[in-house]
Design a protein around this ligand. Structure first.
Ligand code: UGA
Length: 332
């Protein structure tokens, strides 16, 4: 069967998604439901009390086959996982720059301890497939384009926590008694509809929409291998249905570009200048990310499909159509 045909093999099967109310999680939930999966979404933010969760899950909550459970990952028990054909683990403490200092306790708990708990419960529940979200932040100052079996030199507490989490899950999966086949997808700066409001492209579009300037950290020459969210979601679906196991896989967009190039693209797409305030570069932000995606192509059949101008156009359309979601919180 061609790999893309596998996207429709969800019919009747049950997927459990942690972080279901979040940016990538909610986009994944919608795609799974559209592919015929039944989905249990877990998140500690409830759509009943959290407006962002409500906006992100609006479509899912009216789709048959979706069940939402408000819970922390560390409260998930094997008996709830037992019926799941697959677990997608997307819940995490996110964001590179706030991970220093006292906040690291949250990153340890939400990224490392929670993953440890979930991996053990998956084993107990006989879950056959676990796909977890890792991050380009595991590479830090590693040579580029960064390959999965090359150096891992994270430079932020966030990157350290994501590296520890993925390696822990892969260590469990490597045990001879393991029943859960596990793959960790290292996502490179995902953007698109429902992107978190603290992230660069959200900030740029918010600045255009409101006139409130965004803080540009550093000189704008830092590079990111920006990945559109539908490409990230397709990689998750491919990882669900292919045999790649026991390893990390880079998932990235078509090119590594500077933040200044993104600003220029936002101006072209919106037809308006992005008001910017120049501020110092932030500790933990790598100067550049660039992915070697040969493993994703060979193992998953993954290739990015969405260019930066197209992706920014779609995020801008979404932001203009959304009532409130991207504006909640606004720039910090
Ligand atoms: C993003 C996510 O926030 C992480 O959760 C994720 O793990 C990571 O991608 C990843 O690749 O794995 P980041 O690359 O910092 O982290 O993404 P953005 O927040 O979109 O920042 C991109 C660039 O824009 C950075 O160089 C940042 O310094 C800059 N930026 C961001 C600004 O100049 N101003 C802002 O207000 C926000």
């Amino acid at each position: 069967m061609h790999k893309l045909d596998l996207l429709n093999t969800g019919r009747g099967k049950l997927a459990l998604v942690t972080g279901a109310a979040g940016f990538i999680g909610s986009n994944l939930v919608d795609a799974l439901l559209a592919s015929g999966w039944r989905v249990t979404g877990i998140d500690r933010r409830s759509p009943e009390t959290d407006p962002v969760a409500a906006a992100n899950l609006q479509q899912a909550l009216t789709t048959p086959g979706f069940t939402f459970e408000q819970a922390d990952v560390t409260d998930t028990r094997a008996r709830e996982l037992r019926k799941a054909d697959i677990v997608f683990h997307l819940a995490a403490a996110t964001g590179v720059r706030p991970s220093w200092g006292v906040n690291f306790a949250d990153y340890m708990r939400d990224n490392l301890t929670a993953t440890h708990h979930l991996v053990q419960e998956c084993e107990r529940a006989d879950v056959r497939r676990l796909v977890l979200a890792s991050s380009s932040s595991v590479y830090g100052t590693a040579p580029q384009p960064s390959a999965e079996d090359g150096p891992l030199l994270p430079i932020s507490p966030y990157g350290v926590s994501k590296l520890a989490a993925e390696q822990l899950a892969l260590a469990y999966a490597a045990r001879s008694a393991s029943v859960t086949s596990t793959v960790a997808l290292r996502f490179f700066t995902v953007y698109g509809p429902r992107q978190r409001p603290d992230m660069a492209i959200s900030r740029m579009l918010y600045a255009v929409r409101t006139g409130v300037p965004m803080n540009l950290y550093g000189d704008g020459h830092q590079r990111r291998n920006f990945t559109f969210v539908t490409d990230a979601v397709r990689a998750l679906l491919l990882a669900a249905s292919t045999g790649t196991t026991g390893r990390a896989v880079n998932i990235a967009g078509p090119a590594s570009v500077t933040v200044q190039m993104v600003l220029d693209t936002v101006e072209e797409v919106t037809g308006q200048p992005v008001p910017v305030v120049h501020t110092a570069s932030r500790s933990g932000d790598p100067a550049s990310t660039a992915a070697d995606t040969r493993r994703a192509t060979a193992g998953l059949g993954y290739r990015p499909a969405v260019s930066l101008p197209e992706g920014i156009t779609r995020q801008w359309q979404w932001m203009r159509a959304a009532q409130s979601a991207p504006l909640i919180g606004g720039p910090a």
